[in-house]
Design a protein around this ligand. Sequence first.
Ligand SMILES: [Fe+2]
Ligand SMILES: [Fe+2]
Length: 193
Amino acid sequence: MSDYEFYKDRSKKILSEKRFIHSVNVSVASEKLAVRYEADVDKAKIAGLLHDICKEMNEETLTKLLSEADFEIFNAFKGYPLKLYHGPAGAVYLQKEFGIDDKEILNAVCFHTTGHANMTTMEKIVFVADYISEERPFDNLSELQALALKNIDLVVLKKCETTIEKFKGTTIPVHPYTLDTYNDIKRPATKSQ
Ligand SMILES: [Fe+2]
Ligand SMILES: [Fe+2]
């Protein structure tokens, strides 16, 4: 059994059916993007498959896992909406419970919701794959999927814009890493115009 099949079996036991289907779809989208952007396809498939491994865990578990993340990550996420914890908590969990030590995979899981400045190709792949996975209810889903294969940065921006727009006028803060991601990609594009 390949690592991928092993992780698929294990995650199926942890996730709800809906979340498992989403995870497999994100894995498929990650694979396509990895081929296109010449990233490690096996790692992208695994990171996509496992990115939401902690999504359905309770507050106590998420808080405990986050407290085991490195100090910088812990500080960056602590106090922000609990919903955001599942990225860094997932990275800790996969290291502890799945024995995954690969930094490319762990960081792609850690930052799949917020992004951060200077994202690696692998991080962008999972960040975007999560946004364009096959079951997403967007009217323009096929356009977004095509755009991701043309210029992944433009879809990174769109995901950030969707998040910023969603919380506009609410009391929920946009995580600074999401704003960093947005500004980081926007800046060189603006400079070259
Ligand atoms: Fe997620
Ligand atoms: Fe997801």
